[in-house]
Ligand binder design. Structure first.
Ligand code: BG6
Length: 489
């Protein structure tokens, strides 16, 4: 195991992402002793001038217990905060990064092995426009000084706005760091039930023979939020829901649902299989896209009045390979919807030669609910208890809250940051995956940007435009809720 000194440098330490996600994740890792006071130091870096204590005070209110009834103590907070030092400086000038390096080096030299295995993790809680200059600065001034150590950079979307801009960014960063040093976060890959997909699919005999176009009719991957773009309308309007959610989060989930069994659990083997899925996607058809914008979206003063930016999208993805020919993958995401939910619904085909002649179809559906209330359940048709031979739909239900009462499910960022420290890239997006993901959506995005496809209005708190449900039904999704009944003969 690696030991020695680990420096975690949070760039953009005074920003939102750092406060809400990065530092709390580090706090919980520290509390659980995945990182320990005697071998870790945390450096916050940002432009704002402030003292160590100013930063610590700002962070305090975010260092709270995680959902699920956890208890944390003031003592945990007071053990964690002193590990953080703050350094202020610009993102594109030598001095700032020179002093950052001095601070890190001073810490390393204070250790017994004098920085013998200096490990430096740079977490970019920054807007992507400064990724290239910051990477340059790190490369010039802040790399690990000893042979036994390493330097890693952790970055997060948006990685460009389309294929071309993303490739430019990838090249700028790739000229400075090797792929093994770059950790592209997609926080959906850190979610408990997303990580479970690999196990569910490849450790259960039940699913293996069924997981293909002979048996599966449609796959839906759905993301809904019951709030709008409040407070980040300016950012959002430039990107829209496809760049914000579909191109990354939903597409990554799709890969894990659709990929072939990897040769092994090695990160490269898994990422090779995900890449093949992306490369097998055929061009999206305009008639298999429904875009929406919730009413009131353009009232945000940072959003142009005539914006066509979608806050809702349903897009059918088709994978051209032996397993999935003819199976639509319906990706659906929306802001300002009725509820907050993310789930995967794998719907099976009708029973051939069904003898029950139900009034309504009751298909098997395998549902993985990522949030809220993580659950895995299977919809089955069963006999309704009683004297009559009626059928009904019921569920085999694995609800995490019931089954794993005492387990606190870790936050995605906790898990992913731990992976970056351990050097495990399995749950990070490789450069070629990113490129393939942009290849899928770029033609559609350009059409939307040129107003060739319009966003349909929908009411806040609704299911989105009706046309989206119509599209899902048209390509084969069958609503299965409701009562299935057969009259006795
Ligand atoms: C982010 C998007 O990547 O994911 C946000 O930029 C979105 O718009 C968020 O709200 C959703 O993440 P989660 O984990 O709450 O589903």
């Amino acid at each position: 195991a690696e030991s020695g000194c680990l420096s975690i440098i949070v760039l953009g330490a005074s920003g939102d992402l750092a406060k809400k996600k990065t530092f709390p994740a580090l706090f919980h890792l520290h509390r659980q002793r995945f990182i320990e006071s005697h071998d870790v130091h945390i450096f916050g870096y940002a432009r704002t001038k402030m003292s160590d204590d100013d930063l610590r005070d700002r962070l305090r209110e975010y260092l709270t217990p995680r959902k699920g009834g956890e208890e944390t103590h003031d003592e945990d907070v007071s053990k964690f905060l002193p590990l953080i030092k703050y350094i202020s400086g610009p993102y594109d000038a030598d001095e700032g990064f020179q002093s950052l390096d001095e601070a890190i080096s001073a810490y390393e030299m204070s250790k017994d092995d004098k920085g013998g295995s200096s490990r430096r993790l740079f977490y970019f809680a920054l807007p992507p426009s400064v990724y290239p200059p910051v990477c340059k600065m790190i490369k010039r001034f802040c790399m690990n000084k000893s042979e036994g150590g390493w330097t890693r950079v952790v970055i997060e979307k948006p990685f460009g706005k389309d294929l071309e801009s993303s490739e430019t960014l990838s090249t700028q960063i790739g000229d400075l760091f090797n792929e093994s040093q770059i950790y592209r976060i997609d926080h959906y890959l850190g979610k408990e039930l997303v990580q479970n997909l690999l196990v569910l699919r490849f450790a259960n005999r039940l699913f293996m023979p069924l997981w293909n176009h002979d048996n599966i009719s449609t796959v839906q991957i759905v993301f809904k939020e019951d709030f709008g773009t409040e407070g980040r309308g300016g950012y959002f309007d430039e990107y829209g829901i496809i760049r914000d959610i579909l191109q990354n989060h939903l597409l990554q989930v799709l890969c894990l649902v659709a990929m072939e069994r990897p040769v092994s659990l090695k990160p490269e083997h898994i990422r090779d299989e995900k890449l093949k899925v992306l490369q097998s996607v055929i061009p999206i058809k305009d008639e298999e896209v429904v875009l929406g914008q919730y009413e009131g979206y353009t009232e945000d003063p940072t959003v142009p009045k005539d914006s066509n930016t979608p806050t809702f999208a349903t897009v059918v993805i088709r994978i051209h390979n032996e397993r999935w020919e003819g199976v639509p993958f319906i990706l659906k995401a929306g802001k300002s919807m009725k509820s907050r939910k993310a789930e995967i619904r794998v719907q099976f085909k009708d029973v051939a030669g069904d003898i029950f002649k139900p009034k309504r179809k009751g298909r098997n559906e395998f549902v993985i609910r990522l949030q809220p209330s993580e659950a895995i359940y299977m919809k089955l048709t069963v006999k309704e208890p009683g004297l009559e031979m009626k059928t009904t739909q019921s569920e085999l239900d694995l609800s995490y809250r019931q089954r794993y009462q005492d387990v606190i499910i870790p936050e995605a960022y906790e898990r992913l940051i731990l992976d970056t420290i351990r050097g495990d890239q399995q749950h990070f997006v490789r450069r070629d995956e990113l490129k393939a993901a942009w290849e899928i959506f770029t033609p559609l995005l350009h059409k939307i940007d040129n107003n060739e496809i319009q966003s349909l209005p929908y009411k806040s708190g609704s299911r989105g435009p009706d046309q989206a449900d119509t599209l899902a039904e048209k390509v084969g999704y069958v609503q299965t809720h409701g009562y299935v009944w057969i009259p006795p003969t």
